[in-house]
Design a protein around this ligand. Structure first.
Ligand code: SF4
Length: 348
């Protein structure tokens, strides 16, 4: 059973960090009694950074007009194949591909890329394109969301990441990403993907000036959709990284570790219908990520051979498979490599 919104707000307002962590740990233990904490080996490939949206929290994009356009790029397919080849050689099982909302890349470009990858690497799981990218491609091609996802799936897309959710409350979205898709649009992409039999993840980027009520509204939207479809494999919260962003330039401080752990734990308790919750080393560093395993997290995400979006915002935490296995073991769990859908585990 989930929390009510009111109960979640009371937890946010409580100072009992350890008590909240223990309650989240109890939910984690119930869902994962075997004491295994997972990770994946994959790579984030950002096929383009050119973007029409100008989100105030983003340090990654190159604008499509003005002098900033010079730092824009679109990867050649051969560059993408070479990155995937390297990932496979490193023991990677999947690729997370996301990009800016490029004004000219049509659906056939995406289809050709996915087909080219699957021809060369049929075993690699393609976890690609946030809801905002899918909406953008659908609009650019005059297609429905359903037809767009179905065509991407037929070309090789296996699942969809939760990027672009930020905070699922339009009051916040209007302030920090006024051109980006709205809450209902994000939910609709995921609902449609689930109805086509495709699994997706749900994310939350917090610490952008939202209220606690906004965070709880986000949890409720994700919870409700999961009740409806059961299509989310995992919930992945992380904190806004302010460096080099317009929002950060307004003097924004990053959410503290206590705020991160408390939000992670309340998410774990609230989203009792989602099996996996990820603790983030990319934004929090290894030590807080490790503590997150006692605040509800049962997964530490990816070893990640490449990551550009958080790095652009000045956060340069890095790790190895051995380091991740070490922090997992040291927190009292057995480490296991998993696949993108959390269905295959390799205990070694
Ligand atoms: S967050 Fe995504 S949609 Fe927003 S500006 Fe950055 S690349 Fe574009």
């Amino acid at each position: 059973m989930s929390l009510t919104k009111q109960e979640a707000l009371e937890l946010f307002r409580s100072d009992d960090l350890i008590g909240i962590g223990m309650a989240a740990d109890a939910v984690r233990r119930k869902l994962h009694p075997e004491g295994v904490v997972t990770y994946i080996i994959d790579r984030n490939i950002n096929y383009t950074n050119l973007c029409t949206e100008y989100c105030t929290f983003c340090a990654f994009y190159a604008p499509i007009k003005g002098p900033g356009r010079a730092k824009g790029y679109v990867l050649e397919f051969d560059e993408i194949y070479a990155k995937i080849q390297e990932t496979v050689e490193f023991g990677g099982t999947g690729v997370l591909m996301q990009g800016g909302l490029h004004p000219d890349l049509k659906l056939d470009w995406y289809e050709a890329m996915l087909r080219g990858i699957k021809q060369r690497f049929p075993q690699v799981h393609l976890h690609c394109f946030s809801a905002s990218e899918i909406i953008h491609v659908a609009e650019l091609n005059g297609l429905s969301i359903r037809d767009t996802i179905a065509r991407l799936r037929d070309a090789g897309l296996d699942s969809i990441p939760g990027g672009g959710a930020e905070i699922l409350d339009d009051e916040v979205r209007h302030k920090v990403a006024r051109l980006k898709c709205l809450t209902e649009d994000w939910l609709n992409v995921h609902r449609t993907a689930h109805s086509l039999g495709m699994r997706t993840t749900a994310t939350m980027m917090f610490g952008v000036g939202e209220t606690l009520e906004h965070r709880v509204n986000h949890f409720q939207h994700v919870y409700d959709l999961q009740q409806e479809t059961g299509g989310f494999t995992a919930f992945i919260p992380w904190t806004f990284q302010p460096k080099n962003t317009a929002l950060g330039g307004r003097g924004w401080d990053e959410a503290t570790s206590v705020e991160y752990l408390k939000t992670l734990a309340i998410a774990r308790i609230f989203l009792s219908n989602i099996e996996n919750v990820q603790s983030s080393w990319v934004t929090q560093g290894l030590k807080v990520c490790q503590m997150g395993l006692r605040f509800g997290g049962n997964d530490v995400g990816s070893v990640m051979l490449e990551e550009n979006v958080v790095r652009a915002a000045g956060t340069t935490n890095c790790t190895t498979e051995e380091e991740l296995r070490h922090i997992i073991r040291d927190a009292g769990f057995r480490p296991a490599q998993r696949d993108t859908l959390y269905t295959k585990f390799f205990l070694n």
